[in-house]
Design a protein around this ligand. Structure first.
Ligand code: FES
Length: 158
């Protein structure tokens, strides 16, 4: 079912950006920033506005893991997987996080509380492993034990 508010938001973004050179990626970023994902109903609107085929637009959305095609969970949790964090245990941390959430990267926990994403450097390499919650909250020197506390708090939040 198409959400009229989503369509309106997409149309406003298209009106603002469609004449820019290389407009597709900025448009997709703006839509995801506004709605949390790229609704399927946006694809034909974007294709028409940019004179592309639906397959071309869909191809770009699926090429970049960053773009979601369904709404995220109540919170988005990013686990840094870049080199400095890897050297201090982010791989093992990611395995723990996936097991606790019972989902992989680019997926949502079954209770809808958390969408799990990898991220490649959060700019705090000296204090890794790092995780980020909802774009703003950075948690440094993360351990599996600390993560369990963070997750318990997150699940209590609306
Ligand atoms: S490598 Fe993880 S914050 Fe830079």
């Amino acid at each position: 079912m198409e959400n009229p508010n989503h369509i309106l938001a997409v149309e406003q973004i298209l009106a603002a950006k469609q004449s820019l050179p290389g407009a597709l990626l900025p448009i997709l970023h703006d839509i995801q920033d506004a709605l949390g994902f790229i609704p399927p109903a946006a694809v034909p609107l974007i294709a028409r506005a940019l004179n592309l085929s639906r397959a071309e637009v869909h191809g770009v959305i699926t090429y970049y893991h960053y773009f979601r095609q369904s709404p995220p969970g109540r919170h988005v949790l990013r686990v840094c997987q870049a080199e400095a964090c890897q050297s201090v245990g982010s791989d093992a941390l990611a395995q723990h996080v996936k097991a606790k959430l019972a989902c992989d990267f680019h997926a949502m926990s079954e209770d809808g509380a958390v969408t799990l994403e990898p991220v490649y450097c959060l700019g705090h390499c000296a204090v890794g492993p790092n995780i980020q919650i909802d774009e703003t909250a950075l948690h440094a020197r993360m351990t599996p034990e600390k993560f369990d506390q963070v997750l318990a708090e997150l699940r209590r939040k609306p």
